[in-house]
Design a protein around this ligand. Sequence first.
Ligand SMILES: *[C@@H]1O[C@H](CO)[C@@H](O)[C@H](O)[C@H]1NC(C)=O
Ligand SMILES: *[C@@H]1O[C@H](CO)[C@@H](O)[C@H](O)[C@H]1NC(C)=O
Ligand SMILES: *[C@@H]1O[C@H](CO)[C@@H](O)[C@H](O)[C@H]1NC(C)=O
Ligand SMILES: *[C@@H]1O[C@H](CO)[C@@H](O)[C@H](O)[C@H]1NC(C)=O
Length: 340
Amino acid sequence: ENERAGSRLMWLLVPGNATAWCPLNCSCLRETGLVQCHFLTLQGIPREIPHWVQNLSITGRNLTTLQASSFINNGTQLSNLTTLLLTNNNVQTIRPLAFHQLPHLVTLDLSFNDLHSIAKDAFTGVAHLQVLRLNQAFREAEGTRLVDDQWLKNAKSLKALEVSGNGLQAFPAGLLKLDRLQVLNIRNNSIKLLDEATVSWLKHRNVWVYLSPNPLACDCKSREMIFWIRNTTQVLDSQSLRCFSPESLNGTHVLSVAPDALKCLNENLETASYVFFGIVLALIGLIFLMVLYLNRRGIKRWLNNFREACRDQMEGYHYRYEQDTDPRRSNATALPPDTP
Ligand SMILES: *[C@@H]1O[C@H](CO)[C@@H](O)[C@H](O)[C@H]1NC(C)=O
Ligand SMILES: *[C@@H]1O[C@H](CO)[C@@H](O)[C@H](O)[C@H]1NC(C)=O
Ligand SMILES: *[C@@H]1O[C@H](CO)[C@@H](O)[C@H](O)[C@H]1NC(C)=O
Ligand SMILES: *[C@@H]1O[C@H](CO)[C@@H](O)[C@H](O)[C@H]1NC(C)=O
């Protein structure tokens, strides 16, 4: 209500010129198609944004939820809008079809929000969306899950994606489905490794990547990644990339790590444990042989005893067999006896 009254006030201040219309606390530049609404104390998205707007910036509000009706403006679509900045608005939830009233949207910046839920079809209806910025956009510890979520599949036209500062624990595998991606910013996350599949996809698609800083592991598992970083122009900030682990390489520039230094602690441990196991086996064998040697008399005696015992047994068996084959005792003459 307040806002509406304010709007009317603005209207009165610029009488007789409908093109000078501008919502309260916003600035409007018709020539450049720019409308900026900053740090308003009121909730929600201003209604009655001039229909000619191409570049809309709304920041510092408490929007909380974006939904299908959020951008219905005075009953119509904002069909000229190509760039929408919604940074710093405490956006938490994006509901289905939130942007479908903006059919020509190309660039969307949702950085510095508190997202924890994005509907699967949040980006349905914005077929031209090419640039999406989600820097520090997610609620703590939700980034890894959200960047990999279903909604990404409906943002197929993306050419540039920024997801820096979101605490991502790993490279989001879902990104590999973005067929048109050209630029990816994954700076300032907790990514240790780009695995072979990721590296080969980035190579194949020729995607430009911003990667630094991330706590990269420079070990045997990251050989593929590090050889690629050293040998490509695609990683635009490769100069400032540093190894985080292992401790011996902490702080070393990735571009100057020697290939021989890319080892795994486990790899060494494994070799060491095999050697140790071998030595133990050899010792046991040696002791066994010594025991045999020292006891050779006893063993000989034992073998003799055993042989005699066997012979006794065989004789007993032979005797019983003869008894069994007696035709008066059994018909099954061909079968050997099973139990005594
Ligand atoms: C809102 O729509 C009404 C009716 O279509 C129109 O008369 C009015 O000028 C519009 N307001 C703005 C700010 O475009
Ligand atoms: C933001 O909006 C939500 C719900 O619309 C409300 O619960 C919350 O208190 C608001 N926060 C601020 C800082 O105004
Ligand atoms: C990096 O991201 C964290 C949040 O994950 C943020 O607090 C910090 O300011 C960011 N640093 C830079 C240099 O952007
Ligand atoms: C480095 O790149 C060049 C040219 O792009 C290529 O011919 C070469 O095989 C690459 N070397 C490695 C180790 O990937």
